[in-house]
Design a protein around this ligand. Structure first.
Ligand code: NAG
Length: 189
């Protein structure tokens, strides 16, 4: 995961902050913008919000960014049906289940003004071939950290989806559709 903090024009990139004891090694009110890139689902909790609030300057911004496979497309949706129970089992928050937003209202004091969002952007991630696509999905944490039987079952499902949705129809898989989730809010003082 990556946290990006802006101090004037200086960009500090914090990689792999400790998740349980979420702490940013930065002074109080020292940062203009904090952006959680592809990582907020690992620390959707009040302690993290308090810490981000602490390091932000007056009116500083907290941004949240995710680029996630668009699972509304028929072939990716079939993969999602396999992945969803694994996310649920590991209690991993995913951005299109908007429950993660509750952390902003369940935190004892209001730390941020209302969250704004933009879901208008999407992109297609180019892939070389089926193996490349499989490698991408197999690198998702719920598969990569899963046991051998999960990895094997996923591979079987993936091959079946590719066969039915692409090969049998004579279609090449050239890209994985992604949806961009952008949110931001500013510090409430
Ligand atoms: C492998 O992981 C899956 C998903 O977490 C679980 O349901 C299954 O029981 C595990 N299988 C083995 C053999 O441990």
């Amino acid at each position: 995961m990556i946290m990006i903090c802006f101090v004037n024009t200086t960009v500090l990139v914090l990689k792999g902050c400790h998740i349980q004891l979420f702490s940013l090694d930065l002074p109080d009110a020292s940062i203009d913008v904090v952006i959680a890139c592809q990582c907020f689902h690992w620390f959707v909790n009040s302690a993290a919000l308090e810490e981000i609030h602490r390091v932000l300057k007056t009116d500083g911004y907290f941004g949240i960014f995710w680029a996630i496979t668009d699972f509304s497309v028929p072939w990716t949706n079939r993969l999602w049906e396999f992945l969803a129970p694994l996310y649920k089992e590991k209690s991993i928050v995913y951005p299109f289940d908007e429950k993660w937003k509750d952390v902003f209202s369940s935190t004892q004091r209001r730390l941020f003004n209302d969250l704004e969002g933009n879901l208008d952007y999407s992109l297609n991630f180019p892939i070389k071939d089926f193996d490349d696509a499989h490698q991408f999905f197999a690198s998702l944490s719920v598969i990569a950290s899963g046991n051998e039987s999960t990895k094997k079952s996923f591979r079987e499902l993936f091959d079946e989806v590719i066969r039915e949705e692409f090969e049998n129809k004579g279609i090449a898989v050239e890209q994985i559709p992604f949806k961009i989730y952008l949110y931001w809010c500013n510090k409430k003082n």
